[in-house]
Design a protein around this ligand. Structure first.
Ligand code: TXA
Ligand code: MG
Length: 327
C-alpha cells in the first residue's frame, strides 16, 4: 500500500496523535514529523531516515509562546530574536528543558527549536498543540526534499500507510534550503548552519557580534558528505566554469547549474539557470535530483557569492562536493 498524499490538516493531526509519521511542508524543505514527546514515534523517524541516533533533530513549535516548555535559561537576545523572526527559517539551539527526551537531542544538553513559516504546517502545529520532531524528509546524507513528490521519491518505500503515515502536500518550498541554525546557549550568537536568515541580520537585530567558524560552518553532529546526490558534484567559482567543462572527458554526462546570464556549451544538460541567489536556493535541490534521475556522471555547479542566502547555497554545494572547489 503506498503512503497517501493529502492536504487534510485534520488527518495529519490525528496521525501524529496516533504516533504515525507525517511528512510536512515548511518554507525551507519538507520535514518528516513525529510527536516529539513520544519516544516510539521519534524512534520511527530515525529508523525511516536511516539516521544515527546521536544526531539531534529540530523540534517544531506552534509559536514562540511554547519556547519555555522545551528550553530553559534562554538568553534574552535569543528570546527577542525568536519573537522577531518566528515563524521563519531560523533554528535556535538552546539549553533543553529537563523533560525533553534524549532521543530528540541525541543526548546533548541543548535542543534545536523553530517555528516554521508555512500556513498548512502552522495549522497542524496549532491543532496538535505539542512539539513536532522533524528532520528533513530524506534518507540520511541525501538531498532534502522541496516538494511532496520528492518526499515520495525519497521515503515512499519506508513510510507505512497501514501504520497511518502520510505526506501532507503544501506545494513547493519557498526558501528551498534548510533553516539557519544559531547556537544560543550564552551571550554569543554562533552561526552553526547558514540559511536564509543571515549572520548580518542576526548581528543587527541582537546588537551582538555573531561568531562564525572560519574553517567553515558546521552544526555539531553533521557529517561532511551531506546534501549529496549520486552524481558527483563539482563546485566551481564562476571564472573557472569554462576551463573545468573543457577538462572533462567528452564521454562524461555532465549537468550544469549556472546563473541565467551565463552561456555554456550545448553538449551539457542545463539543470538550472537561476536569475539570483534566492532562485538558486529554491531550485538547488530539484536540480540535484534531476541529475540523478538523468543518471548524469557529474554536476558542475557555479558557486554563488558569499552574501545573503548565497552563503547557504555555497555551504550545501561545498558539502555535496566534499568540501572541494574545482579550479
Ligand atoms: O529547515 C530546517 O531546519 C528543516 C525543516 C524540516 O525544519 N529541518 C532540518 O533538519 O534541516 P535536519 O535534521 O535535517 O537538520 C537539523 C540539524 C542537525 O543535523 C544538527 O546539526 C542540528 O540541526 N541540530 C539539531 N538539534 C541540535 C542540537 N541540540 N545541538 C546542535 N545541533 C542541533
Ligand atoms: Mg537534513
Amino acid at each position: 500500500m503506498t503512503v497517501p498524499i493529502s492536504s487534510d490538516v485534520g488527518a495529519a493531526v490525528a496521525a501524529l496523535r496516533a504516533g504515525a509519521l507525517v511528512a510536512l511542508p515548511t518554507e525551507t524543505v519538507y520535514g518528516l514529523a513525529a510527536d516529539a514527546s513520544s519516544a516510539d514515534a521519534v524512534a520511527r523517524v530515525f529508523a525511516a531516515k536511516g539516521r544515527p541516533s546521536n544526531h539531534p533533530v529540530i523540534v517544531h513549535l506552534p509559536s514562540v509562546r511554547s519556547l519555555d516548555a522545551w528550553a530553559e535559561q534562554v538568553p534574552l537576545w535569543a528570546r527577542s530574536l525568536a519573537r522577531t523572526l518566528w515563524p521563519g527559517p531560523l533554528t535556535l539551539v538552546v539549553p533543553r528543558a529537563s523533560t525533553v527526551l534524549d532521543a530528540v537531542t541525541g543526548g546533548q544538553r541543548t535542543i534545536g527549536l523553530r517555528v516554521p513559516a508555512h500556513p498548512v504546517t502552522l495549522q497542524v502545529l496549532e491543532r496538535f498543540g505539542g512539539g513536532l520532531a522533524a528532520p528533513s524528509a530524506n534518507r540520511f546524507g541525501r538531498v532534502s526534499p522541496t516538494t511532496a513528490e520528492h518526499v515520495i521519491a525519497e521515503m515512499g518505500n519506508v513510510l507505512q500507510a497501514q501504520r497511518g503515515d502520510l505526506v501532507l502536500d503544501g506545494g513547493a518550498c519557498q526558501v528551498g534550503v534548510e533553516s539557519t541554525i544559531v547556537g544560543a546557549w550564552d551571550e554569543t550568537p554562533r552561526l552553526l548552519r547558514p540559511g536564509a536568515v543571515t549572520a548580518e541580520q542576526i548581528a543587527e537585530l541582537t546588537g551582538l557580534p555573531v561568531s562564525v567558524d572560519p574553517t567553515g560552518v558546521r552544526a555539531p553532529g553533521s557529517a561532511e558528505s551531506h546534501y549529496a546526490p549520486v552524481s558527483r558534484v563539482m563546485a566551481v567559482e564562476a571564472d573557472a566554469l569554462d576551463g573545468v567543462l573543457k577538462s572533462l572527458d567528452p564521454a562524461t554526462d555532465v549537468g550544469v547549474i549556472a546563473p541565467s546570464d551565463r552561456e555554456v556549451t550545448s553538449s551539457v544538460v542545463r539543470l538550472a539557470s537561476p536569475i539570483d541567489d534566492d532562485e538558486y536556493a529554491r531550485q538547488l535541490y530539484t536540480a540535484l535530483r534531476k541529475a540523478d534521475s538523468l543518471s548524469l556522471d557529474v554536476v558542475v555547479a557555479v558557486l554563488p557569492h558569499e552574501a545573503g542566502v548565497g552563503l547557504a547555497v555555497r555551504d550545501r554545494l561545498l558539502r555535496a562536493a566534499t568540501n572541494q572547489v574545482t579550479r
